[in-house]
Design a protein around this ligand. Structure first.
Ligand code: SAH
Length: 224
């Protein structure tokens, strides 16, 4: 049920209509997971882009976030999140937190999110925005995510938001059996969206189509 408070808030949100249109576009493009759509209907993407791009915040395309990086296209955020198949009790590791937008979506669907970002300036801004939205189940940390984050491993799901030449082995090692890793893998300018489901003996590897991401730089990614 909608409370009066929530209603008043959405009436005051100048982007509410644009956000509804974005959700309609995501449905048309094939996103079917209602939990993912509900999370994206709730999280204000305009908070995660620079002032000058705010009017474009709900268009289905990536936008610059500074430091040569981009906030991912909403469709890609939705597709990757759908592939992670999150349950409310899950613990998630995100590599390449960037603006923090995808982090916020993950945090509204899972129990806890650890987000690693290699550029301190982006991590600081992301942490501030997440706190401002009251998402207190996130740990934002600065470093090379290609080696994972062992303090809270193993994870139920791992999301990599940058393109990697190969699947970093430490990330598979830090997954629970049955855990899902979603990662763009391939060349510098064009990758395949890969989902790995960790098995007892063998892992299942699925290809979910072409995609374009900035480079995953680090020990098990591209050379810095
Ligand atoms: N999901 C983010 C996407 C940001 S772009 C968003 O929607 O805003 C990818 C991010 O990955 C960049 O911010 C980049 O700095 C970061 N990155 C690249 N290699 C990394 C690594 N080894 N560890 C952590 N972050 C990395």
């Amino acid at each position: 049920m909608r409370t009066n408070g929530a209603k008043a808030k959405s009436l005051n949100d100048p982007f509410a209509e644009a956000r509804r249109r974005m959700i309609a576009v995501l449905r048309r493009k094939g996103i079917t997971d209602e939990r993912v759509l509900a999370a994206m209907a709730k999280i204000p993407r305009h908070v995660f882009v620079e002032e000058k791009f705010r009017s474009q915040a709900y268009e289905d395309r990536p936008l610059p976030i500074g430091c040569g990086q981009t906030i991912s296209q909403p469709f890609m955020v939705a597709l990757m999140t759908q592939l992670l198949d999150l349950r409310p009790e899950d613990r998630v590791l995100e590599i390449g937190g960037g603006s923090g937008y995808h982090t916020a979506i993950l945090a509204s669907l899972a129990r806890q999110v650890v987000s690693i970002e290699r550029i301190p300036e982006l991590a600081e801004k992301a942490a501030a925005r997440l706190a401002q939205l009251g998402l207190d189940n996130v740990i934002v940390t600065v470093g090379d995510g290609t080696t994972g984050w062992s303090p809270l491993a193993p994870y139920d799901a791992i999301l990599v938001a940058a393109g990697s030449p190969d699947i970093p082995q430490p990330l598979i090692d830090q997954l629970h059996i049955g855990g899902r890793l979603v990662i763009p893998v391939g060349e510098e300018r064009l990758q395949r969206l890969i989902r790995v489901i960790k098995g007892e003996r063998e892992n299942r590897i699925e290809d979910h189509g072409g995609c374009v991401f900035v480079k995953l730089l680090g020990q098990h990614g591209w050379e810095e």
